[in-house]
Ligand binder design. Structure first.
Ligand SMILES: C[S@@+](CC[C@H](N)C(=O)[O-])C[C@H]1O[C@@H](n2cnc3c(N)ncnc32)[C@H](O)[C@@H]1O
Length: 159
């Protein structure tokens, strides 16, 4: 399976980078996982609703430019559907079974994801009602993808 994580905004924190690299290393035995980091638009503190929409759509164009037509897209969104780790594992297992070998996870920037990306997404996945910074979300996501592969292989993983 080819997994791509498309993210908006730079990963600046060294401690998060180390954690992400560790999970990418572990994941390399199970799947090809690539991270595409896209630049974010400058977002000053005070923005009108229209300006916010414009920023999200500009970032959205960049995101959509990285997604091929045959990919299954999972957009990370607070208002998406919550899943257990077993359910995410099952989703990835079913996609592999039905020949969907390209899976793209999308993490938005500080304003979130725009309408065009949400419309392209095959599903929206929520990690809780809480808001996580995009950099931390990247680490949480790679850990959960790793956990999913371990679950699907029936391999032990600390609870
Ligand atoms: C700082 S958050 C954006 C917050 C923005 N106000 C919103 O409502 O989407 C950056 C990105 O991290 C991801 N994210 C943050 N918290 C999340 C959660 N609880 N579940 C799923 N994705 C989340 C989303 O992709 C979001 O676009």
């Amino acid at each position: 399976m080819n997994i791509t994580i498309v993210t908006v905004g730079k990963l600046k924190e060294k401690y998060l980078k180390q954690g992400i690299d560790e999970y990418l290393k572990r994941l390399s035995s199970y799947a090809k996982v690539d991270i595409i980091e896209l630049p974010d638009e400058k977002a000053p503190e005070t923005l009108s609703d229209v300006e916010m929409l414009q920023i999200k759509e500009k970032e959205g164009e960049r995101i959509l430019g990285k997604i091929s037509a045959d990919a299954h897209v999972i957009a990370l969104a607070i208002e998406g559907k919550m899943k257990s780790s077993d359910e995410l594992a099952d989703t990835l297992d079913k996609l592999a079974t039905y020949g969907k070998s390209k899976v793209v996870f999308v993490i938005g920037g500080s304003l979130g994801l725009g309408t065009s990306v949400m419309q392209r997404a095959d599903e929206a996945l929520s990690f809780s009602k809480m808001t996580f910074p995009h950099q931390l979300m990247r680490l949480i996501l790679v850990e959960q993808i790793y956990r999913a592969f371990r679950i699907n292989r029936g391999e032990p993983y600390h609870k």
